[in-house]
Design a protein around this ligand. Sequence first.
Ligand SMILES: Cc1cc2nc3c(=O)[nH]c(=O)nc-3n(C[C@H](O)[C@H](O)[C@H](O)COP(=O)(O)OP(=O)(O)OC[C@H]3O[C@@H](n4cnc5c(N)ncnc54)[C@H](O)[C@@H]3O)c2cc1C
Length: 509
Amino acid sequence: MTVHQPPPPVETGPDARPHAVVIGAGFGGLAAAVRLTARGYRVTVIDKLDAVGGRGYVHRQDGFTFDAGPTIITAPFVFEALWTLFGERMEDHVTLKPMEPYYTIRFDDGRTFRCWSDKEKMRAEIAAFEPGDIDGYEDFLVESEKCYRTGFQKMIDQPFHTFGRMAAQMPGLIARRADRSVHGLVSKYVRNKNVRQALSFHPLFIGGNPLRTSGVMSLISYLEREYGVHYAMGGTGALARGIADLAERHGTAFRLGAEVDEIIVKDGAAKGVRLTGGETIAADCVVSNADAGWTYTHLLRNHARRRWTDRKVRRMNYSMSLLVWYFGTDRRYEDIGHHMILMGPRYGGLLKDIFDHKVLADDFSLYLHRPSASDPSVAPDGCDAFYVLSPVPNLDGGTDWEAMAEPYRQRIQDHLEQTMMPGLSDAIVTSKMTTPLDFRDRLLSTKGAAFGMEPTIFQLAWFRPHNMSEEVRDLYMVGAGTHPGAGLPGVVSSAAILDRLVPHAKELA
Ligand SMILES: Cc1cc2nc3c(=O)[nH]c(=O)nc-3n(C[C@H](O)[C@H](O)[C@H](O)COP(=O)(O)OP(=O)(O)OC[C@H]3O[C@@H](n4cnc5c(N)ncnc54)[C@H](O)[C@@H]3O)c2cc1C
């Protein structure tokens, strides 16, 4: 009998590749890991949570799957590019389902406006509110495409760590009247108040106030129309997991449940990280996907900083926060679409309360997510999975969330029950809530902001914390806190910028 001996172990020498540590496994950190791995780095991703995704974490409870945060996927090409780096195809790993309609807006008087990819259907929706606004809508579309060419094509994956780069974009931004708000721009083209709301609320997706976010951000309207609005089957968590698997397949190591306490700096350069337990991990470069304010004020607290001092970080404007209530029902609400925006009685006044006065108002506008409308895997048979989110002031506002969260959630529940979801109180079989305190304590976000620094015109591009740190060599930033900012296309694009900035691994070897 022939006995087959196992082959002798292959002699592997020490890994000679330069080591990159990525702090945070949010979408920005995951995309950075993929790109650094493709560049020849040995990559370790460290996250304090027990799973990847960051704001795109997944809560599983009582047979329901709840995406914690992002649900609307736009610009699918920015995700596809990650798989292309390795000659793979995203569609072999993650299924993006186009949404039609994109979403339904329900105004306080019960009238609805559905957003479609189809221009004719959009014209009909607008005509139902104000036939006189159709021509203006066509002109708005032309302008939003110009904004896309200026604000997306020329800026989203470009570094802005020198003022010269910013200056080069100025003529384009001036031509687009970047000083005008999204709401101001939309109001130039359409007159009906509901149509104005329907075309201008998009900055809220990235933590901006439509009344003061630069009109260039109306590029989102073009992006949606041209490239669609998608849902990742299995939930956005499946997309995060898909990117993490891609990185892991090609050699990225993950350390989950480990919190970085400090970035180690020697001779002005990042040399690794120290975890909260005291363990140190050496690195040739460090990429922070953590909140930018937290990175500077806590992870670099022992390092003298020229620009991002504690005072400067504190004085920046931060996005609003959110109260998110996840709940499952023992019945299905078939009249409710996959993505619904429920406008409250006030628009401008409510935005001012949230962003300027920072008071918790009695009224609210909501985003209601019903993924089980498109995806049976997220809820048990005959049941629905939901989340409803309400934009609320960040922690600068001083609301006592320990005391206020539950009564506020109850008001939202009552509102849903009275308007669209009869019998809701009796139908709820599972429930979970996230408040601004969770953004601060679980995700380590400055002031509990849900989207990091607010995307106002003087907090964009060069004005934001740079992708290549101004404070420490070999430290890079990705994610919502740096350029280009919050939203999945933005944070994934920040890793494309990183790709332009880090030296190729071979140059370091
Ligand atoms: C409720 C909600 C709904 C949203 N909806 C949409 C949407 O529909 N579409 C869209 O495009 N965008 C949406 N967004 C915005 C989008 O989710 C975020 O902008 C984006 O996910 C942020 O990604 P990020 O790369 O900045 O990292 P984050 O998701 O912020 O992740 C950062 C990670 O770093 C980790 N971390 C932080 N500090 C440390 C440390 N010291 N040590 C170890 N780990 C650390 C955290 O645990 C976290 O996992 C939504 C956001 C929220 C909150």
